[in-house]
Structure formats: C-alpha cells, structure tokens
Design a protein around this ligand. Structure first.
Ligand code: ACO
Length: 336
C-alpha cells in the first residue's frame, strides 16, 4: 500500500499579552522606528509568569485536533519542536503528552530551531509513508521571553523574539493521485560550522566544571548570542537555494505555487528571498509584524492565520522555507 501524509487540522495559540516596540523602548534603548525599519516587527506577545512552553503547545494542539475532526485518543505520535523547552530533560513533548492525557504513544522532541517545523514535517511524512503511524501531532512552541536579556545590552536579540505555538495533525491517507492533499516533498540541511553564530552558550556540558555556575550567569552566557549580519546573509542565500531546489525537483514553478509560508525572522530576509526568486509579494503570507520571530512555532502559526484569513484553502499548493540556528535550513512543498 502507498501512503501519503495529509495535514487535516491546524491550530495556534498566541499568549494574550502584546508587547509593542514602544513598550520595549522603556527597557532596551531601542526605538519603534529602528525595529520596524530593520525587522518589520510592530509587536510580539510574551507570556505571563506562570505559563510554560507545553501550556502554549497544549492550546494549539487542542485546536489542531478539533479542526482535524478526530479524538485525541487517535493521535499515535507527537513530534515536538522547540528551542525553549519547559526543562532541559525530559523533552517538552512528554509534558505535552501528559497534559493531553494520551500515554503510551511515540513522543519525539527535535531541536532544529527555526527550521524545526519543516524538519518535523519531514519526519512525520516518513513515519506516515512507512505505514507505521496514522495520526501525528506536530507542534512548534516557544517561550522566548523568559530567556531574553531585557537590558540595553541584549537589544539586538531581544527585540526580535515572541512567544507562541502552532500545531498540525498529519493523517495517513492511501495515495490515489498526485493531486490529492499531501506533503509532497521536504529538504533538510545543516552546517554546524556556524553553530556559534546564533546560540545559547550556557548552561551546558562544554564547560570545564559544572554545567551551570554563578559565573556563567554573571557573564550572561544564559542569554542568546547572535551575529545578526551573518545570519541575515546566510538566511537569504540558503532559503532561496533550498526552495528553488525543492520546486525544481518536483517540476513545480513559482506560478504553480499558491502560497509561500516562510519562517519569520526579519521581513527584509523574506523580501530578499522573494526578490532573488521572483516571487510576487502577494503570494507570501507574513506574520512577523504581529508576533516577531516565534522560531519553531512560526510556520504553523502562519498556516493557522492564513487559513483564518481565507488565504489558505484546500487544494492549494504551498511552498515553505526556513532558516535558523545551527545553521539549519529546510524547505517543503505540500498540497494543502
Ligand atoms: N535598537 C536600536 N539599535 C540597535 C538595536 C536595537 N534593538 N540592535 C542593534 N542596534 C544598533 C547596533 O548597535 C548598530 O549600531 P552602530 O551602527 O552604532 O554599531 C546598528 O543598530 C546597526 O546594527 P546592525 O547589526 O548592522 O543592524 P542590521 O541592519 O544588521 O539589523 C538585525 C540587525 C535586525 C538583527 C539583522 O541583522 C537580522 O535580522 N539578522 C538576522 C536575524 C535572524 O534571522 N535571526 C534568526 C533567528 S532564528 C533562530 O534560529 C533562533
């Protein structure tokens, strides 16, 4: 039997508290003008104190499962993508599984940062195609706000990131035609020689002594560090490169694609990718102005918002591309 994976349910959850650029002006020696001009971000959402990453994921998952029209007991695998887990271990997928009360099924946490959702989609597709699994819940969720340096020293990174979660249910279908709704193709890449261009140094076992020390915290090693310009240059190059290859491999032209869902790190990255590839602006669905960079949650949140806005409809061909820390990058093509 030939199987394909179809996205049958999409959900998202954005924490209610909006943090505008003007709010950040009070903390970070920044300005609304700088942030909007350099990134396109107008606001992002940050959680209240008592909320965890798995809480956001739970809400998004419930919506995705409801929209899939299945019972949560029919989910047989969770794939969880995040760089901001509830705890170092176990993976946040286990905490989500417990909240969903679906014990015993396969749970897999993956760590590919902004490319996490497309990596997860690819893994889900493979598990479905083997016939092993039937209904996979793929979640991307992040709480960045609890890990950012909210002093002027952290302004280059801290203005960029927001909290949120997105989820999809991918169901196994018998393959009947190339035109049916399905994940068509994915491509996954990484280059670890750039790992320290965007990373969170501590805590960790690469340190000589204890993995977590007071000195480490005093040095601010528990805050993300980024070489923004280098990330920017590589993001444009790699997103355009992998998406072009995926389209070619599947004999699909830009005209054939109805909607592009790109990772949202900086509006100027997406504009450059569009320029390089000749993609009309109206085919790209951007959310960065409202949410900032929500890393692994970005593409499923975009999918959810595009559906709610009527921009994504059944039968559409969708192209995806993402780039993030690692460096990792990925692209995907699906028939929604
Ligand atoms: N507010 C005001 N000024 C700032 C801020 C801020 N928040 N941040 C930096 N500046 C200043 C800098 O200090 C610098 O000042 P100087 O000229 O006096 O030295 C000036 O603004 C310009 O800084 P640049 O770094 O050159 O600004 P640039 O135009 O490159 O934009 C940015 C910076 C937005 C970070 C950009 O480089 C970028 O978006 N890079 C990619 C980020 C990205 O894709 N991250 C992926 C994360 S995904 C993941 O996997 C986690």
């Amino acid at each position: 039997m030939n199987y394909v994976g179809e996205i049958v349910g999409v959900g998202s959850f954005i924490p209610p508290k909006a943090v505008t650029n003007f709010d950040l002006e009070k903390l970070l020696n920044t300005s609304d003008e700088w942030i909007q001009q350099r990134t396109g971000i107008v606001k992002r959402h940050w959680v209240e104190k008592n909320v965890s990453t798995s809480d956001l994921a739970y809400e998004a998952s419930l919506e995705a499962i409801k929209n899939a029209g299945i019972d949560k007991s029919e989910i047989d695998m969770i794939i969880f993508a995040t760089l901001s887990p509830d705890h170092d271990f176990p993976g946040t997928g286990c905490f989500l599984q417990d909240k969903l009360e679906i014990p015993g099924i396969t749970v897999l946490d993956i760590r590919q940062q902004c490319s996490g959702f497309i990596y997860g989609l690819s893994i889900a597709d493979k598990f479905i195609r083997t016939g092993d699994h039937k209904n996979i819940l793929l979640v991307g969720a992040e709480i960045h706000s609890k890990g950012l340096d909210k002093t002027p020293e952290g302004r280059d990174v801290s203005v960029l990131f927001g909290d949120g979660a997105g989820a999809v249910v991918i169901s196994r279908r018998e393959k009947t035609s190339d035109d049916q709704s399905q994940i068509i193709s994915t491509a996954l890449h990484a280059d670890g020689s750039y790992a320290k261009e965007l990373w969170l140094p501590g805590p960790g076992n690469a340190f000589e002594d204890d993995r977590c020390t007071l000195a480490m915290i005093e040095e601010g090693l528990h805050y993300p560090k980024m070489n923004g310009r280098n990330v920017f240059i590589h993001a444009v190059k790699r997103m355009a490169e992998t998406l072009t290859t995926t389209l070619k491999k599947n004999n699909v032209t830009i005209d054939d694609v109805d909607l592009f869902l790109f990772h949202q790190a900086n509006i100027r990255i997406n504009e450059k990718v569009a320029e390089v590839m000749g993609i009309p602006a109206e085919k790209i669905f951007n959310t960065i102005h409202d949410y900032g960079n929500t890393t692994a949650a970005t593409i499923p949140i975009g999918m959810s918002d595009a559906l709610k806005a009527g921009k994504l409809k059944k039968g559409m061909t969708v192209g995806m591309a993402a780039f993030g820390s690692g460096f990792t990058w990925a692209s995907g093509l699906l028939k929604y």
